[in-house]
Ligand binder design. Structure first.
Ligand code: TXA
Ligand code: MG
Length: 358
């Protein structure tokens, strides 16, 4: 199939800047990307959520390279990306009715389903877990890559472990450089935060990570309440230190943003403020010397812009980023989750240089 014959991804998730001619231009890159996957190499590719660092999910040494390039502990499971829900039975031991319903309603889209893995999935891909995360991404380039490759592509976000996820090809280049064999450029990611992760491997559905598909939508599709209690689930993505820029991140009540910014300025700190329609922009604009990073007027926009804004704070050499998360419903739940994690205690290690810039 030629790239221009792509079925459109769901309208809401289709990248605004994706045009037929851009797709056509990607054809040689797609060929190189498919060849690279077949050779056990790494391909960074766009999805509607964030860019992924992909490898053949069934190739143990290719998967091992993902872990070493990311600097990620090898017991952290990877999501396997598929071209269509029709492939679920090949990758899962059993496909429960809830998975069929959610796949039909939300795929292609930002939802990852955890199911008990089939024998085809190597332990290396799932970090030794009996379950596998599966999703069909809603980006035309990702879908075309998956269709042409024909197998599953294991892919975490294409950033070094613990750092901010990339939402543009430039972010991937800045983070991973030559460690990536092929980088497909599909423009800016339209959702901007990672997929929702729902565990369906243990009977009742459990939300493990809020993301691009809201909990409210999942509950409406399934007609049941979904638990947010991971229980004894090993869910490494829940590490408090994820999604962190170099600058330290402080969560502050919306009404206290301006006064806290002033206080920090007086202490000589370089301050960046993540500002959204929830905040009093007028008061914030008057904080002398603080940089304003605009997250826009809706939670959708804030999700799209969040990671680029956190990266910009680092480019601006901010010491501290102040943010007040939106109410934790709808997409706001994912935003609040990522901001809280960015503000959490940091990991030690070579990828976590959160020293002051000055
Ligand atoms: O939107 C996304 O999901 C992006 C794009 C590239 O698809 N991918 C992504 O991957 O965010 P990653 O590896 O950065 O985050 C996946 C999270 C990790 O926290 C991992 O621990 C969790 O999913 N995960 C994957 N498989 C799992 C499993 N079998 N059991 C528990 N957690 C799992
Ligand atoms: Mg990640």
């Amino acid at each position: 199939m030629r790239p221009t014959e792509l079925e459109p991804a769901s309208k809401a998730a289709a990248p605004l800047n994706e045009t037929e001619s851009e797709n056509e231009n990607q054809a040689p890159d797609l060929d190189r990307a498919v060849a690279a996957l077949r050779q056990g190499k790494l391909v960074a590719f766009p999805t509607e959520t964030v860019y992924g660092l992909g490898a053949d999910a069934e190739n143990v040494s290719a998967v091992a390279r993902i872990f070493s390039v990311k600097g990620r502990p090898d017991n952290h499971p990877l999501i396997v990306h598929l071209a269509s829900a029709d492939e679920l039975p090949r990758w899962a031991e059993r496909v429960p009715e809830a998975a069929r319903q959610l796949a039909a309603a939300c795929w292609p889209g930002p939802l990852t389903l955890l199911l008990r893995k089939s024998a085809r999935v190597p332990d290396a891909t799932t970090g030794g877990l009996p379950s596998v995360g599966l999703r069909v991404p809603a980006h035309p380039l990702a879908l075309e890559l998956l269709r042409r490759f024909g197998g599953g592509v294991a892919a975490p976000s294409a950033n070094r472990f613990g750092r901010v996820s990339p939402t543009s090809a430039a972010h991937v280049r800045a983070d991973l450089g030559d460690d990536v064999d092929v980088l497909l450029d599909g423009g800016d990611c339209q959702v901007g935060v990672e997929s929702t992760i729902l565990d369906l491997s243990r009977g009742t559905p459990v939300l493990l990570r809020p993301g691009g598909v809201t909990l409210e939508r999942i509950e409406a599709i399934l007609g049941v309440k979904v638990s947010r209690e991971p229980g004894d689930m090993r869910a490494p993505g829940m590490l408090a230190s994820h999604y962190a820029p170099r600058a330290r991140v402080e969560i502050v009540d919306s009404g206290a943003l301006a006064s806290r910014a002033r206080e920090l300025r007086l202490q000589g700190e370089r301050v960046a403020l993540l500002v959204s329609s929830h905040d009093d922009a007028k008061a914030l604009a008057n904080v002398e010397g603080a940089t304003l990073l605009d997250l826009g007027a809706s939670d959708d926009q804030a999700a799209q812009r969040l990671y680029a804004a956190l990266r910009q704070a680092d480019v601006d050499k901010a010491d501290v980023v102040l943010a007040s998360p939106p109410a934790a419903h709808g997409l706001g739940a994912a935003l609040a989750d990522r901001l809280t994690k960015a503000a959490g205690p940091r990991l030690e290690g070579p990828n976590m240089p959160h020293a002051k810039h000055r």
